[in-house]
Design a protein around this ligand. Structure first.
Ligand SMILES: [Zn+2]
Length: 336
């Protein structure tokens, strides 16, 4: 009920600001008056057809539908200028005189639908993009532990063994949030207890498949920038120095060996970073790193903690799950 109220309030605010022209004015002000070269870096995870969306075990906040994604791209091409990662890395060369603000698009994790659904649309609209790949997951099916947990649910007897602070009948999303914030080894132990010995098995689950190396290579050949997103997708802030270093270096090396191109970009799993992790990213040789902090990137800011605007079906559609320009506009303005 509360979520529905919040969504309605969001719709009202979106419609008011959009149709009064306030959001458009704000963008003109940013570029025309301040001459800022801020870049709206978008973050997406999965682009799915209706059928795939029904079968997928990913959380709704990870998904945008194919039809919505195409409408988003169409709109962005009218109102923004898409830039390559090269331009983002060398902002001095950016032409700040045009009327349209800059935009860059990123995809996290390395889902197979990035290749099968998003990539054809990116090509159709000539949109440059960066795909951040979890190298240990390449070629696997079933998604990450979150999809495994959402797929199998939590058996009643396992619920009893969960920590009391999660409440008497914790929802899967509550358990996911708890399991996220711990070292990977500790989480795997919990998952084995909750799901049984099959917990580590990512082989089943055709609907949550990851990219293969040949798909990664094909996208790279066609101009998609391939970056890294660790080997095993741990939240790096909970891991020791040795693990952080290994996750950062091995994922970079694996992609570079396959593609014979330098890996320049990184995305922090779950957006989680701290000074120690950030230093590790710099030391590993990444030129930039994306977080999930909401906002536009200022080129005079820090290249290793670039904020993004995360897009999903819920924040770009209105009533009846129809694409809504007003909702997209509000989301792009950084409204969470
Ligand atoms: Zn991720």
């Amino acid at each position: 009920m509360q979520a529905r109220l919040r969504q309605t309030a969001r719709l009202v605010v979106a419609a008011t600001l959009h149709y009064s022209g306030a959001l458009a004015l704000w963008r003109i002000f940013l570029r025309g008056v301040l001459r800022r070269r801020d870049v709206c870096v978008l973050g997406l995870h999965r682009v799915l057809s209706e059928e795939e969306r029904r079968r997928s075990n990913s959380a709704p906040a990870m998904v945008v539908s194919e039809t919505t994604f195409e409408k988003v791209l169409e709109y962005l091409h009218h109102h923004f200028r898409f830039i390559l990662l090269d331009a983002l890395l060398l902002p001095d060369g950016m032409d700040a005189t045009g009327k349209k603000p800059f935009c860059a698009i990123t995809f996290d994790d390395g889902w197979r639908d990035t290749y099968s659904n998003a990539f054809p649309l990116l090509k159709k609209y000539g949109t440059p993009a960066t795909v951040l790949v979890t190298t240990g997951a390449v070629g696997t099916k079933g998604g990450f532990w979150i999809e495994r947990l959402r797929r199998s649910g939590i058996p009643a007897e396992a619920k009893e063994a969960l920590p009391r602070e999660l409440g008497p009948e914790p929802d899967v999303s509550v358990v996911v949030e708890w399991l996220k914030h711990m070292p990977i080894e500790q989480r795997e132990r919990h998952l084995r207890r909750i799901l049984g010995p099959e917990a580590g098995d990512g082989k089943s689950g055709e609907n949550d498949a990851m990219l293969t190396w040949s798909q990664v290579a094909e996208m790279s050949r066609e101009g998609v920038e391939i970056g890294a997103h660790t080997v095993n997708h741990p939240l790096l802030v909970y891991e020791d120095n040795e693990t952080v270093e290994r996750e950062l270096e091995e994922s970079k090396r694996a992609i570079e060996e396959r593609l014979r191109k330098p890996v320049r970009a990184f995305a922090y799993p779950n957006g989680d970073w701290d000074e120690r992790v950030r230093s590790g990213v710099v030391r590993a040789g990444y030129l930039c790193a994306f977080t999930t902090r909401t906002g536009w990137f200022r080129p005079e800011g820090d290249f290793h903690t670039i904020p993004r605007i995360l897009l999903h079906e819920g924040n770009v559609t209105g009533p009846g799950r129809k694409f809504s320009v007003a909702m997209l506009d509000l989301t792009l303005a950084g409204w969470r």
